[in-house]
Ligand binder design. Structure first.
Ligand code: IFM
Length: 467
């Protein structure tokens, strides 16, 4: 690979999320989120763990910021835990929760690191799930209220506001496949959740701008799916188009164009009548975005399942399908082709270039950010206490090169956030998967340098990929 220079104002960052790193789940008035409850469900988490302690970043944030400063990152993407801010059903604001994030932001700013805050990275207050969760429209309204509270309190400290992280995972892994909290398997509910997440985003953007004015930098982060057809047959191309609608267009259409694709309603007619979409919702959702965040890890190859026909409404009721993709019973995924990461995901850097360019071609004025990219591998700690992770270095280098190619072709990509700053709680995988640039020894909470962190450090220092 040849050396590549990046624009001087390109932002290099690292990302984490509250439940994955904070711990301190009972401190300063925080009440349970859906993840605290889900982790108690037998078998839900691979190693039976939870985010109870995680990386203890709630207490160790100053040390982690010192590490970020040494790494050289210019921005930290973290998330705010809603149950710290509004711990009770009456929505009363918990000052201690806000104060924690104010201190975190102040310490970041002192270190010259720009805070990028995600308002929802999956830790819904449990009391809202008890009231119906995301399939319930009121949750979207409650989210806007919460967003306004945080904007009012932290508005002078936050560089960019991200409303939601990966609504695909929230709606489909949480309410369709049941692999994530709250662990429901209910496809009609998953579609309602998807719409209410869109609505929550639109209402929250208005609430943030209502507090901070139109110049507030607002965004959303999507994990758009890069889908490749197994063959060029019309059936396989149709399978890709269907998954694209349910996986990608369901967010992009309302958020950026103010409409749902009619074919999405047809694809899912046996699942839901979409009566949860009310007049005026699309206008509420379709708000100006300062920047679109994209998370990218891998791609998928899909095909039409030979001989499969979509079930009727009553068949779908009698035997609901439990995969994460509502309405996509006739589509199947081919096994990924290696070398795979420890998550079993393929490595397809070209997919990142394609994703950035396709998004840019469709919305030429829209700024883009890669808000997550990274890989899990089976790390071993060397005798000197560091971690040699050549596979992660190669993954990073290839994906940053792929991003550079999108820049060369004109995509306005403003920054890149490595996932993740440190190893952390990887949801249903517990602590068995390590994505960090820094390792975490969970027994001592020591942070360990990996070669990938050193590689990223040189890249940031030089503003160019290392020779
Ligand atoms: O750890 C997650 C993160 O919370 C959301 N995006 C994908 C990451 C890796 O699975």
């Amino acid at each position: 690979m040849t050396r590549r220079d990046f624009p001087a104002d390109f932002v290099w960052g690292a990302a984490t999320a509250s439940y994955q790193v904070e711990g301190a789940i009972r401190q300063d008035g925080r009440t349970p989120s859906i993840w605290d409850v889900f982790c108690d469900r037998p078998g839900a988490i691979a190693d039976g763990s939870s985010g109870q302690v995680a990386c203890d970043q709630y207490h160790r944030y100053r040390d982690d910021i010192a590490l970020m400063a040494e790494l050289g990152v210019e921005s930290y993407r973290f998330s705010i835990a809603w149950p710290r801010i509004q711990p009770s059903p009456d929505g009363k604001v918990n000052r201690a929760g806000l104060d924690h994030y104010a201190r975190l932001c102040d310490a970041l700013l002192e270190a010259g690191i720009a805070p990028v805050a995600t308002l929802y990275h999956w830790d819904l207050p449990q009391y809202l799930e008890q009231a119906g969760g995301w399939p319930n429209r009121a949750t979207a309204e409650r989210f806007a209220d919460y967003a306004g509270v945080v904007a009012q309190s932290l508005g002078d400290r936050i560089d960019t506001w991200t409303t939601l992280n990966e609504p695909w995972c929230v709606a489909y892994l949480g309410y369709a496949a049941g692999e994530h909290a709250p662990g429901r398997r209910d496809h009609p509910a998953a579609l309602a959740a998807a719409h209410h997440l869109n609505l929550a985003h639109g209402l929250a953007v208005q609430a943030i701008r209502g507090q901070l004015g139109p110049a507030a930098r607002t965004s959303i982060t999507l994990n758009l799916q890069v889908l490749r057809p197994a063959t060029d047959s019309p059936e396989d191309l149709a399978a890709v188009a269907q998954l694209d609608r349910i996986g990608n267009q369901i967010w992009l259409g309302p958020l950026l164009d103010g409409r749902y694709d009619e074919r999405l309603f047809q694809d899912t007619a046996h699942v839901s009548d979409w009566s949860f979409v009310r007049a005026g919702d699309l206008a509420q959702i379709h708000q100006p975005l300062s920047v679109l965040g994209l998370n990218y890890y891998s791609s998928s190859t899909v095909r039409h399942r030979p001989g499969a026909v979509p079930p009727t409404w009553s068949q779908a009721r009698q035997q609901p399908w439990c995969g994460p993709w509502p309405g996509a019973e006739t589509v199947e995924f081919l096994p990924p082709v290696g070398p795979l990461t420890a998550m079993g995901w393929n490595q397809d850097p070209a997919g990142l270039t394609e994703l950035l360019l396709a998004t840019h071609r469709r919305w030429p004025q829209l700024e883009l950010m890669v808000t997550e990219n990274g890989s899990a591998f089976e790390d071993q700690v060397a005798v000197d206490g560091t971690i040699h992770d050549p596979e992660r270095v190669a993954y990073l280098a290839a994906h940053i090169e792929a991003l550079g190619q999108a820049l060369d072709a004109g995509a306005p990509v403003r920054g890149y956030f490595a996932w993740s700053l440190i190893d952390n709680f990887e949801w249903a995988h517990g602590y068995t998967k390590r994505f960090g640039l820094f390792g975490v020894d969970y027994a001592t909470q020591a942070r360990l340098w990996k070669d990938s962190a050193r590689w990223y450090q040189s890249l940031i220092a030089a503003g160019a990929t290392p020779d």
